[in-house]
Write a protein that binds this ligand. Structure first.
Ligand SMILES: Nc1ncnc2c1ncn2[C@@H]1O[C@H](COP(=O)(O)OP(=O)(O)OP(=O)(O)O)[C@@H](O)[C@H]1O
Length: 720
């Protein structure tokens, strides 16, 4: 070890085993301990063992305030213990020639030299202890430094993270600011638009008011003229006895006026709804009202204008001829068809106009149109009001049935025990067989349907209205009957019936009706009935005719065959030869559905149930084949996920249901609006129902609604 303090304020440097140690702190306690353990005699022994160390004669100055005491102490210690401090050269000379050492100059020189080269011997143990302590201190210092570095790094990271967060916040803020700006711009645009529109409407209202005033003025002028004419006639009558023809004209005028007042009374009665007939759809009243007004005007024209009179007479004559021809044509087609309905069943893919039943329908529609035209012309001629009798023949209904492809029936269920117990009140009322009224926050809203079924209507009433469609399916049409509505609104009750089957719904009744029709026609036709039963849950189709474990391993794909009929590839289609067999198959499917639902811990009402019945018939006389398909669907509930507070799996389930229901809604509205593109492919549900929605198929939708105020939002959404 070498202690070097050559420069003033130089730092203490230690050279130990070839490693340079700098600026270390030696704790006084450690040094104390080191000295305490070192005895002078032992040091001598050890020094003799060759552990000599060199110490400069200059005082050891330590750069750090903590050190000086200790080094100084060390030095003092060394000086006190003379055995530890040696001037080697003096020692040598003293030892070698003590007599020669005379003369003050020489002695001073020697002292100078000695001060320049003073050797100090530190006991090895003390030095070792010192060094160990120094090394320990340095290790501690290193770890402290490392800690500080780590702390600094962490601080740096934290600051940079904060900076980043701030930057992100700024970015988000500016993004939303931009959005807000663009929304403001859009709002301004809309405001402008609304202002423009309202200005336009104001203009229109003003022009209508002007027009109204003008008409009133004209009316006044006409009345004046009338009064003037009648006064003239009176005068002329008084002045001459030869005015007899004018009597007739005056009488005619009075008659006309009387007729006019009568029509006005009828119109106001119609407007007031005082003569509303129970069995006439409300939409028909609008047409009737329009017809009344038109007929009145037209009759005035007919009566006053000679050319118009001739024209109307000609039209009425032509129309009479056309009606006669149409009646004859329809009768001849019906005659050709004979009374056997199934002799020439119409294959599904054949154009309707090619088939005889299609011709009957077409002839029926034409005849109806011509008859309406003739009645209208006669009414105009006679100046009478066209009326709706409400007495529609079975045949007319059948014709109408053939023409209408989508019907929507609304069914209102009674309040449940739970709703009654909760004190819910009823907010839905049925106005007539076609309209319901819903009490909303903004007042009552009316909705029209093809038919309304109230709580008074039985399952039988409901089935009677739908059973004609089953005949159509056997005839070769594709038919779909489905129920839509929120959970608990009565879909399952309508489609399946109650659990005990005391009030069977449409599905079991359909099974019976199919085989009744088959039985009625089995002498002329051979039938084959195949059924498949599928469940659509979370966009996955599951075959309900196999066990749930087997169904899980099966992949079902929706395909179309050559005739355009949709089928589920991979799903079983089982044959049934009686209503009982069909019902047994249905029970098997329902049991599998229940097991699968229990296994997956879901409610069966959270999936769509699709029962497809394929009806094949072969004409025994000519071998012609006919294919019809009947889809019976019990849809999952349509409630909103937000209201139910669904999370995770439930939310996924609700989203999947909503997606499929909105896809179905899109398809129905595209069909209702006769759009060129119908988005069937958007969802598995609509893909599967494709061949029984639109085209030549017939669709019956049941809209099930709850009457209670607690379901107002859902009921409103469903009705909309
Ligand atoms: N027209 C009705 N007459 C009497 N009770 C009815 C009627 N409609 C529904 N219900 C009763 O209301 C309750 C709910 O009906 P249902 O289970 O058919 O609703 P849902 O719409 O099918 O519900 P989910 O979507 O959960 O299957 C049942 O107890 C059912 O018996």
């Amino acid at each position: 070890m070498h202690l070097n303090s050559r420069a003033e304020n130089a730092s203490l440097s230690l050279n130990f085993l070839g490693r340079k140690l700098r600026n270390h702190t030696v704790t006084p306690a450690a040094k104390q301990q080191a000295w305490a353990r070192t005895s002078p005699s032992r040091n001598v022994d050890e020094n003799g063992g060759g552990l000599s160390r060199t110490v400069r004669t200059q005082p050891i100055v330590c750069a750090q305030t903590e050190l000086p005491g200790s080094i100084q102490e060390l030095r003092e210690e060394v000086q006190h213990q003379s055995c530890n401090v040696h001037n080697t050269r003096l020692d040598q000379e003293n030892n070698a020639d003590p007599n020669v050492a005379s003369g003050s100059t020489r002695t001073r020189d020697r002292e100078d030299e000695a001060s320049a080269d003073l050797k100090i011997f530190i006991p090895y143990d003390s030095a070792k202890l010192c060094i160990t302590q120094i090394a320990d201190d340095m290790v501690a210092m290193k770890s402290r430094h490392l800690e500080m570095v780590q702390e600094l790094e962490e601080n740096f990271l934290m600051v940079s993270r904060e900076n980043q967060q701030e930057r992100t916040v700024n970015r988000i803020r500016s993004y939303y600011q931009n959005k807000l700006n663009s929304l403001k711009r859009i709002l301004e645009l809309y405001q402008e638009k609304v202002e423009r529109r309202s200005a336009l409407w104001n203009e229109k209202i003003e022009s209508l008011q002007d027009e109204n005033e003008r008409l009133q003025e004209e009316q006044k002028t006409l009345q004046e003229r009338n009064r003037h004419d009648s006064a003239t006639w009176e005068r002329e009558k008084d002045s001459s006895d030869s005015n007899a023809p004018l009597d007739g004209a005056k009488a005619r005028l009075e008659e006309l006026q009387e007729g006019l007042y009568k029509r006005e009374r009828e119109i106001s009665m119609l407007i007031d709804g005082s003569e509303v007939q129970k069995d006439v759809p409300p939409s028909a009243y609008a047409h009737l009202l329009a017809a009344v007004v038109c007929a009145r005007c037209a009759h005035l024209v007919y009566a006053e204008v000679t050319e118009a009179k001739q024209q109307f007479d000609r039209m009425a004559e032509d129309s009479r001829k056309v009606v006669a021809e149409a009646t004859a044509r329809k009768t001849s087609i019906q005659h050709n068809q004979t009374d056997v309905k199934f002799q020439e069943p119409r294959p599904l893919w054949m154009d309707q106009s090619d088939s005889s039943s299609g011709q009957v329908i077409q002839a029926g529609v034409n005849l109806q149109k011509q008859e309406v035209l003739l009645v209208a012309l006669e009414c105009i001629k006679a100046g009478v009001t066209p009326t709706l009798t409400g007495a529609v023949s079975e045949q007319d209904m059948a014709v109408e049935d053939e023409c209408v492809k989508i019907r929507v029936f609304c069914r209102l269920r009674p309040q449940t025990q739970a709703e009654l117990a909760r004190g819910s009140c009823t907010i839905v009322s049925c106005l007539d067989d076609y309209s319901v009224s819903l009490e909303t926050a903004r007042g009552p809203r009316e909705f029209q349907f093809d038919r309304i079924f109230t709580t008074e209507h039985t399952q039988d009433d409901v089935f009677q209205e739908s059973s004609r469609l089953i005949q159509s399916a056997v005839d070769g049409f594709n038919v779909c009957i489905f129920a839509y509505g929120q959970t608990g609104s009565g879909k399952t009750f309508t489609m399946l019936g109650d659990r005990e089957q005391k009030n069977p719904g449409i599905i079991p009744r359909t099974f019976n009706r199919i085989f009744e029709i088959i039985q009625e026609n089995e002498s002329k036709f051979e039938f084959k009935v195949l059924a498949s039963m599928l469940e659509l849950y979370n966009d996955r189709l599951q075959d309900l005719f196999v066990s749930p474990s087997e169904a899980l391993s099966k992949r079902i794909e929706i395909k179309k065959d050559k005739k355009g009929l949709v089928f589920a590839q991979g799903a079983e289609a089982k044959e049934a030869t009686s209503a009982g067999e069909l019902f047994a198959l249905f029970e098997l499917g329902s049991a599998n559905r229940h097991i699968a639902a229990t296994k997956m811990n879901i409610e069966s009402s959270r999936s769509h149930l699709i029962i497809s019945i394929m009806l094949e018939s072969r004409n025994l006389a000519n071998g012609n084949m006919t294919f019809g398909k009947l889809n019976l669907v019990d849809l999952a509930g349509s409630e909103r996920a937000a209201k139910t507070g669904a999370k995770d799996d439930q939310l996924k389930e609700a989203n999947s249901i909503n997606k499929s229901l909105s896809a179905l809604g899109d398809v129905i509205s595209a069909l209702a609006m006769d759009q060129a593109h119908v988005p069937y492919r958007n969802n598995k549900l609509t893909q599967l129902m494709q061949d029984s929605l639109g085209g030549n198929s017939k669709t019956l939708m049941f809209l099930n609604i709850s009457p209670s105020d607690c379901n107002l939002d859902e009921t409103h959404a469903s009705l909309m």
